[in-house]
Write a protein that binds this ligand. Structure first.
Ligand SMILES: [Zn+2]
Length: 114
C-alpha cells in the first residue's frame, strides 16, 4: 500500500525543483537571445569558444526535459487526488513502492514501461 502523503511530499518537492529549473533556463535563454541579437556576426562564438547556437540547443533540450518532467509530476499529483496513484496505467497492477521511491511520477510498472 502506498502512502499518499509521503508521495505527495516527494512530488511537490520535484514540482518546485522543476519549476525553478524551468525559470532558470528561460532566463538563460533570454540572456542568450539578447547576446545573439546584440552581437555582430563574429560574435557567434563566445570568448570560451562555445558557439552560441550549440549553447542554445543545449538549453532548449534541458528546458524541454524540465517541462516534460513538470508535466509528468503534475499528472502524478492528479492521479494521487483521483486515488489511482501507484497503479500501472497499462496492466492495472500496483507499481512496487521501490519503483515509486525512485521515480515518484512513474505511471507504469517496470515491465510495461520497458
Ligand atoms: Zn504494468
Amino acid at each position: 500500500m502506498t502512502e499518499p502523503a509521503h508521495f505527495r511530499d516527494l512530488l511537490s518537492g520535484l514540482q518546485s525543483r522543476a519549476a525553478a529549473r524551468i525559470d532558470r533556463l528561460e532566463t538563460e535563454l533570454d540572456n542568450l537571445a539578447r547576446a545573439r541579437r546584440d552581437g555582430s556576426d563574429d560574435d557567434e562564438h563566445d570568448p570560451e569558444g562555445v558557439p552560441l547556437s550549440a549553447e542554445w540547443s543545449r538549453l532548449v533540450g534541458l528546458l524541454q526535459a524540465a517541462r516534460s518532467e513538470a508535466a509528468e509530476v503534475d499528472s502524478a499529483l492528479l492521479r494521487l487526488e483521483a486515488g489511482t496513484y501507484g497503479i500501472c496505467s497499462q496492466c492495472r497492477k500496483a507499481i512496487p513502492v521501490e519503483r515509486l521511491e525512485a521515480r515518484p511520477f512513474a505511471d507504469r510498472c517496470v515491465r510495461c514501461a520497458s
